[in-house]
Design a protein around this ligand. Structure first.
Ligand SMILES: [Zn+2]
Ligand SMILES: [Zn+2]
Length: 256
C-alpha cells in the first residue's frame, strides 16, 4: 500500500503546505482521503491526475478537509478528454450526504452528472464503522473528538498493511484503539500546550496517544502557527516510536 501526504497544512495559507489531503493507493486502486482547497493541484504536482480516482473518504466536513470537493466533482463531470463513466463513491460520517445534496442545490448541473452517480456511504458517529472499499481495501472508523461528523480512519490493504489517519481530534481513546498495531499513524498536532480549544491535539497529547497505541511509525501533520514542530517531534519521538514531520508530496510505502 502507498500513502501520499498531499497536503500537510491547515486552513492557514502556506506556500509549502496545502490543506489536508492524502492519497491511498494499492494495486490499481486510488482513493482520495480528505481534500481541502488546492488538493487537486497538489495531487497533480505529485504526478497523479485526480480524474483517475476510484473514490473519496472524508474524515469530517471542515473546509480545510473537504473544500476542494465541489472543484473535484466539477472536474470529474466535465473532463471532455477523459470522460467519466463510472460512479464516484464517497465514504464519510453521518451527515455527509446532506452536504452533497447541498452542493447539488448550489451548483446544479455543474456537479450533478447524468451518466454516473456520486453515492455516499455514511459511517456511524456513535460507534465503530466498517466499509469495503474498491480494490479489496477495508476502512474501519471510530468517532473522533471533534466537530462536523469527525471520524478516525484506518485503511487495511488485502496484504494486511494498515494506515491510520487521526483526522482532526482532541484526546481520544478511540484513536488509541484504532491505531494499535498500525504500520503508520498520520496524526494531527494542531495546537500548542494549554490552548483553550479542546478538540485538537497538543504535542504532549499526541505523545500520550502514540505511547499507548505503539504504531510502527508516525507522521505528524496539521500544525497551526504557534505550535513548534521540532519540539513536538522530539516529545513524540521520546516514546521510542519512529516519528517524523510529514511534508507535502511525501510518498510512504507500507508493507512491500
Ligand atoms: Zn476540523
Ligand atoms: Zn483541520
Amino acid at each position: 500500500m502507498k500513502f501520499t501526504l498531499v497536503g500537510t497544512g491547515t486552513l492557514v495559507p502556506d506556500a509549502d503546505r496545502g490543506s489536508a489531503g492524502f492519497l491511498v493507493q494499492d494495486g490499481k486502486t486510488s482513493l482520495l482521503v480528505d481534500g481541502g482547497s488546492g488538493t487537486l493541484q497538489r495531487l497533480a504536482r505529485s504526478g497523479f491526475d485526480a480524474r483517475r480516482l476510484d473514490g473519496g473518504v472524508y474524515s469530517h466536513r471542515h473546509l480545510d478537509h473537504c473544500g476542494d470537493l465541489p472543484a473535484l466533482l466539477f472536474t470529474l463531470h466535465f473532463s471532455f478528454d477523459l470522460p467519466r463513466t463510472r460512479d464516484y463513491p464517497i465514504w464519510a460520517g453521518q451527515g455527509f450526504s446532506a452536504l452533497i445534496r447541498g452542493l447539488g442545490t448550489a451548483w446544479g448541473r455543474q456537479l450533478v452528472a447524468e451518466h454516473y452517480a456520486t453515492p455516499v456511504f455514511e459511517l456511524p458517529l456513535d460507534g465503530s464503522g466498517r466499509a469495503e472499499l474498491p480494490g479489496g481495501l477495508v476502512l474501519d472508523t471510530l468517532p473522533a473528538n471533534h466537530e462536523e461528523g469527525a471520524l478516525h480512519l484506518r485503511f487495511t490493504s488485502p496484504s494486511g498493511a494498515s494506515v491510520v489517519f487521526s483526522g482532526d481530534t482532541g484526546p481520544s481513546e478511540n484513536l488509541v484503539m484504532l491505531a494499535r498495531g498500525a504500520d503508520l499513524l498520520v496524526c494531527e498536532c494542531a495546537l500548542p500546550e494549554g490552548h483553550p480549544y479542546s478538540m485538537h491535539l497538543s504535542p504532549s497529547q499526541v505523545a500520550a496517544i502514540v505511547d499507548a497505541a505503539r504504531p510502527a511509525a508516525v507522521r505528524l501533520t496539521h500544525f497551526y502557527p504557534g505550535t513548534d514542530p521540532e519540539a513536538a517531534l522530539s516529545l513524540v519521538s521520546s516514546t521510542g516510536v519512529p516519528s517524523q514531520r510529514g511534508y507535502d508530496g511525501e510518498l510512504i510505502v507500507i508493507g512491500e
